[in-house]
Design a protein around this ligand. Structure first.
Ligand SMILES: Cc1cc2nc3c(=O)[nH]c(=O)nc-3n(C[C@H](O)[C@H](O)[C@H](O)COP(=O)(O)O)c2cc1C
Length: 185
């Protein structure tokens, strides 16, 4: 285990004012001092197409695969679209999982956090995403489960978390995740 753990955050929403991005940033701020957190952007990844996965795949795929490969752990922060995760996250997962036998996800300790405007906090998205992570052989932190409901009520206009209880919960998520990563790397 190296001294600094590199953690990549993957955010499933592409819109500028995304609550999930605010959640990701609030989580990153709470990371322990030995965690180096980076957002891995997924908005410019061409849709996965096996025909393009030749010796010279799209540049954005190569960059993304390299970035994920360099991480010690991955935190997925996903909205819920129609009771599932977003196309953007699923595409990123598919891109990183290929070529066959060269997945960049395997063994990386993961956490899944979902946030939505409804009270259910993206439960459907969270668990749909977990289904893929089982197949990708990513050990996913089980507890605390993180379904962040009514996300629109938790931040101020600058995207700063204002809800104290949620802040404490985010502390717990990052503490537990940091121990999870340390145990597995
Ligand atoms: C295509 C689409 C489908 C959605 N489906 C759901 C849903 O199934 N469950 C839910 O709680 N919210 C749903 N929403 C609302 C999202 O929770 C809300 O737009 C949220 O703010 C998206 O996350 P973001 O702020 O990070 O972009 C949907 C939004 C869109 C655009």
């Amino acid at each position: 285990m190296s001294d600094t753990q590199k953690i990549g955050f993957i955010i499933g929403s592409l819109r500028k004012g995304s609550y999930n991005r605010m959640v990701a940033k609030a989580l990153m701020e709470r990371a322990t001092k030995n965690f180096e957190c980076t957002i891995i952007e997924i908005g410019d990844l061409p849709l996965y197409n096996e025909d393009l996965d030749t010796d010279t795949p799209p540049e954005a795929w190569t960059k993304f695969r390299k970035e994920v490969k360099g991480m010690d752990g991955i935190v997925f922060v996903t909205p819920e679209y129609n009771r599932g995760t977003t196309a953007a996250i699923k595409n990123a997962i598919d891109v990183g999982s290929r070529p066959y036998g060269k997945s960049v996800w395997a063994s990386k300790p993961a956490a899944v956090v979902s946030a939505s405007m409804s009270a259910m906090g993206g439960f459907g998205a969270n668990h749909q995403l977990r289904q893929s992570l089982v197949f990708l052989d990513m050990p996913v932190m089980q507890q605390p489960e993180a379904y962040i409901g009514k996300a629109q009520d938790l931040f101020d206009k600058d995207g700063k978390l204002t809800n104290e209880d949620t802040g404490k919960f985010f502390d717990k998520i990052m503490d537990t995740y940091s121990n999870w990563v340390k145990k597995l790397t």
